[in-house]
Design a binder for this molecule. Structure first.
Ligand SMILES: NC(=O)C1=CN([C@@H]2O[C@H](COP(=O)(O)OP(=O)(O)OC[C@H]3O[C@@H](n4cnc5c(N)ncnc54)[C@H](O)[C@@H]3O)[C@@H](O)[C@H]2O)C=CC1
Ligand SMILES: O=C(O)[C@@H]1CCC=N1
Length: 270
């Protein structure tokens, strides 16, 4: 991976998370390129990171791997501009929600090696969660390289079926926002109950981090870790009974189905 040139088309939130994550894993800044129609954003990224920035033609010409990191709604026009500039033998990785391999092949050419993936913003701190799927044009070497790039910033799982990526989008792609919402709600409730605002935020965030680390490092499932917090007749039990009365599980399922449905709608808009 460290000998490959990686170019990002679109330098927004998700691309920036991936770029910082790659730099933290010692991918040389000289091997990372980015372009964006927002030149101020691009200049800021260049000064923050030292990566190479330039026009679409500059970054496409350099690339062994092109990461398409624009919004789904502008993907078609970005691909049309990119197509004549792609270096032979390059692989294109799309991170866009709801943009299918079939649409990408229609816009970039049937012979183009393509990977579709769904990363998430914790890639910024090396804790990303990504699922990937490749088309038949993608060689084993190109698949391995794509996997290495995403593994550098977290975990990466290959999917058997492309359709599953909409579920992944609802789970881990959008998922960080659900945990942030939980932190916000816990912080707000503690403040309402009279706790100092700074202390409320610190404790809410540290608790989320602690629960995540414990779940990731434990050989028992989250349900068992939950049981270990819940003393019979104690405080947690009352909180969990309250969640249950308010249909917490169903609320989460409905929210994830709404995200999955939106991913499918975006695919329909291709
Ligand atoms: N934000 C997230 O948590 C995640 C986002 N994604 C996907 O990543 C993609 C980007 O999302 P964000 O980074 O959140 O959006 P963003 O809006 O922060 O970034 C998109 C960037 O693309 C630029 N852009 C627009 N048209 C362009 C063009 N023709 N050429 C070059 N640059 C262009 C915009 O100026 C902007 O900086 C989306 O397709 C989204 O589905 C995937 C996983 C997680
Ligand atoms: O909200 C979105 O559409 C993107 C895809 C997953 C996370 N952010």
């Amino acid at each position: 991976m460290n000998n490959s040139q990686i170019s990002f088309i679109g330098a927004g939130n998700m691309a920036t998370s991936l770029i910082h994550g790659l730099l933290a894993k010692d991918v040389p800044a000289n091997n990372i390129h980015a372009t964006d129609i927002d030149t101020a954003k691009l200049a800021q990224l260049s000064s923050d990171t030292g990566i190479q920035t330039g026009s679409l033609a500059d970054v496409a010409a350099a690339a062994d791997v092109v990461v398409l990191a624009v919004k789904p709604q502008v993907m078609e026009s970005a691909c049309e501009s990119l197509k004549p500039l792609l270096k032979s033998g390059s692989v294109v990785i799309s991170i866009a929600a709801g943009v299918t391999l079939a649409s990408l092949a229609r816009w970039l050419g049937d012979n183009q090696a393509l990977v579709r993936c769904m990363p998430n913003t914790p890639s910024l701190v090396g804790c990303g969660a990504t699922a990937l799927v490749a088309n038949a044009e993608c060689s084993e070497q190109q698949k391995a390289l794509s996997g290495q790039i995403l593994e550098a910033v977290g975990i990466a799982c290959w999917l058997q079926q492309e359709n599953d990526i909409d579920t992944v989008t609802a789970l881990s792609g959008s998922g960080p926002a659900y945990y942030f919402l939980m932190m916000e709600a816990m912080e707000a409730a503690a403040i309402k109950m009279g706790l100092d605002a700074d202390i409320s935020r610190q404790l809410a965030i540290q608790t989320a981090q602690g629960a995540g680390k414990l779940a990731a490092s434990s050989d028992v499932p989250p349900a068992e870790l939950r049981r270990r917090v819940t003393s019979p007749g104690g405080t947690t039990e009352q909180a969990l009974l309250s969640f249950d009365r308010d249909n917490f599980t169903e609320i989460v399922e409905a929210a994830m189905k709404a995200a999955q449905q939106r991913a499918a709608e975006l695919a329909g808009n291709d």
